[in-house]
Ligand binder design. Sequence first.
Ligand SMILES: [Zn+2]
Length: 159
Amino acid sequence: MTIEHGAEKKELLAMDYLISLPVRYDAGAYMGRFLKGLINKEIWANKCPKCGRISVPPRALCGRCLGTEMGEWLKLGDEGTLESFEVCFYDFIQSNTGQIQKAPWVKATFIMDHGAIMEHYMVPPDPTKHKVGDRYKVVWNESRIGEFHDILHFVKKEE
Ligand SMILES: [Zn+2]
């Protein structure tokens, strides 16, 4: 490996090794309620009393008006209307699991109950199989432990 510092170039010795760094953190009251809900197949959101924005996952601060009084809790159903999607043709490392998401994969945005906007994966990764405006439903992980991947992905709802 070569590093440049100004006009000077230095050749560095390098060793490759894998770091194991187990981390635990408090999810907090808002994210904690969301993650606990996933165990019971519940999707929780909260509504800003100032501007009406619904946040899912719930937040302590409103991302739109920066309001700090996030009052009403809303339990959403596990169905939504497809708002937009994109098929991605590159692999990436999922930040919360470290697993590789192999291409192609689909990132989608759904309008849930109460107008809540939720982003997640959708299958199959074939754009001809999806249509904005159609109804989709959550596919739950059989072994839910209170993490984002308790929701595996969305699939088109059978008519
Ligand atoms: Zn707000």
